[in-house]
Design a binder for this molecule. Structure first.
Ligand SMILES: Cc1cc2nc3c(=O)[nH]c(=O)nc-3n(C[C@H](O)[C@H](O)[C@H](O)COP(=O)(O)O)c2cc1C
Length: 222
């Protein structure tokens, strides 16, 4: 087990990729509580905290949801396996390893020892594009807390499309929506490597969209 005291916040957030190869080894409840206690420190509009966190270990629930997930995986990615794997390195979208990891997760989703669904009240009929902002900061807290303990996570949404059935299955209030499914477990493959992203200089705009700057420009932000 990793000692969270050994990891700085910045180091953690630079080394938390999606971890999709997970062992079936159980995760102690005490650790699950700790991750969720970190999650609920996250922000929400007006500190509304309209969330709930459903921890799923029930094999029957997992089986049902994993079936939906796999159907969507096949439609969105699996059916294009050869095409995606033939893409040159550095092409936008899932990398080859990203695809293989995501494929593995799709095939083994129910084996992850713990699943967490962040649920948001009022989101079922929401039209405000900002709605998710009141839960995803907390979700990232959860992923970083997991990383501090050596536990792998990935934020997934491919189970979607069965909202009413899922609401029934989890006993959610009528206005609530699951905002993600986070499978959690001890990683068996891969590393706590820095996630690969477009260069920060390319995506940062100063005062006005399009006004990018080199990072070593020596300015003060003016
Ligand atoms: C809104 C959203 C939905 C996602 N859905 C899935 C998913 O269903 N399955 C999956 O394996 N990863 C999913 N991901 C994870 C992304 O694929 C991942 O963040 C991205 O490939 C970067 O991975 P990295 O951090 O390991 O570099 C999702 C991420 C976000 C933000």
């Amino acid at each position: 087990m990793t000692d969270p005291a050994d990891l700085s916040v910045l180091e953690a957030l630079h080394s938390t990729p999606a971890r999709r190869y997970l062992s079936t080894e159980p995760v102690p409840d005490e650790l699950v509580w700790e991750l969720l206690d970190a999650a609920v420190r996250g922000p929400s509009g007006g500190n509304s905290q309209g969330w709930g966190w459903v921890v799923v270990t029930d094999p029957d629930v997992k089986k049902q949801v994993a079936g939906w997930y796999r159907d969507n995986w096949n439609l969105a990615y699996g059916n294009r396996r050869d095409e995606i794997l033939a893409q040159p390195a550095g092409a936008p979208g899932l990398s080859r390893n990203g695809f293989l990891g995501a494929e593995h997760l799709a095939e083994h989703l129910e084996e992850a020892p713990v699943w967490i669904f962040p649920v948001l009240r009022g989101a079922a009929d929401a039209t405000d594009p900002m709605t998710g902002a009141s839960v995803y900061g907390a979700v990232q807290n959860l992923c970083l807390a997991a990383r501090a303990h050596g536990l792998g996570t990935s934020l997934t949404t491919l189970y979607r499309g069965h909202e009413d059935e899922l609401r029934e299955l989890l006993g959610l209030p009528g206005d609530a929506l699951t905002m993600a499914l986070i499978p959690i477990g001890w990683p068996t493959r891969g590393r706590w490597a820095q996630p690969r992203r477009r260069p920060v200089e390319e995506v940062v705009h100063w005062n006005r969209w399009g006004d990018t700057r080199p990072r070593d420009g020596g300015g003060t932000g003016a």
